[in-house]
Design a protein around this ligand. Sequence first.
Ligand code: XLS
Ligand code: NI
Ligand code: NI
Length: 436
Amino acid sequence: MYFKQEKIKYEGSKSLNPFAFKYYNAEELVLGKPMKEHLKFSMAYWHTISAQGTDMFGEATMQRHWDQGVEGIERAKIRVKVAFEFMEKMGLEYFCFHDADIAPVGETIEETNANLDIIVDEIEKEMKRTGIKLLWGTANAFSNKRYVNGASTSPNADVFAYAAAQVKKAMEITKRLNGSGYVFWGGREGYETLLNTDMALEQDNLARFLKLAVDYAKEIDFKGQFYIEPKPKEPTKHQYDFDAATAVSFLRKYNLNKNFKLNLETNHATLATHTMQHEVRYAADNGMLGSIDANQGDLLLGWDTDQFPTDIYESTLIMYEVLRYGGLTTGGLNFDARVRRPSFKEEDLMLAHIAGMDTYAAGLRIAAKLWEDQVLEKNLASRYASYKTGIGKKIVDGQVGFKELDAYVKGKKELDKNEPGRQEVLESILNQYIIG
Ligand code: XLS
Ligand code: NI
Ligand code: NI
């Protein structure tokens, strides 16, 4: 046993026990479906198991007794046990990882792959024992110094090749562990200055790389869903997969839109100066809402702080969009979130996940009521009613051109149907639903 605490239980909103859920009640039905199926919470291996609390100014702060006195592959093996005990105790039924999170990176790809095989054996055993599933896998093609100028967008073709080999292996592992998805986050796919960048070639190469991945998935019969994870900046000044809209049009340009969905991260939306609701709506409207990296940023800071989500307003609106879309299918809510450096105790990992899970569970409960009552939907229907009949219907049906529209407005002094937007009323109603 690595954690002192027992399995975390639901005690309801009046509970003062920090090691209990206040809103997340896994089996409770919401809109006819257990909460855990709406939410599909996932642990991010990199933040929760591997991260040590270093930052640009300071050394590791995390106290992790299981890491003491062991190194390399032995440490990696222990961490697998820690990860699964943690997920079991938290009731997290999914996890996500990068290749580099789970096993030591070797001098050569052969060495790295051999290490991965050893650890994947261990992970597979633990998955069988616990029933915990892999939400998605990915490759870390950004930390190693060879990726200094990018991976598939590096000016060095050898680096493109290396990244391909790495992704090939990561896809094989994901398939072996029956992952329901595979993520491509752009890592260092972007640029610092156009003075030294052939942007057209780099973007073509990024698309070529993704095509090769699609081909290889067919070859090995990997059926998981591919996702692009947009992010506007960091580590590069301009990341190619800037936001949902950019990623969707990039995929369309290269005819890859049928093969990919989006994995949207709340903090990345913030960095792109969008609300997460906007990002989720955009992906949903384009049929490309895949999965969510559930964290939160800080509006006063310009970087990816990856905080655990505690903003109920935001989680409500995100879950509202998810319900409106009909739910996540292959995707889930992955806590791509890390405890703050001063939250260095082992138990802080539990407390942070409880906070995040409760925030989304509460958001789901509120969003479900909003959806059931159709408050926002009814308002939308009446706001856009002019497109259901008369000239509006003709516009929608493509029955009129500029000439007919010109004839239609001739002689009209006042327009018929301009109504107030009711923003403040709707915001107050939302508050009523949130406060209850
Ligand atoms: C970094 C990204 C990364 C992806 C997986 O900002 O969020 O963690 O989710 O590579
Ligand atoms: Ni992420
Ligand atoms: Ni991030």
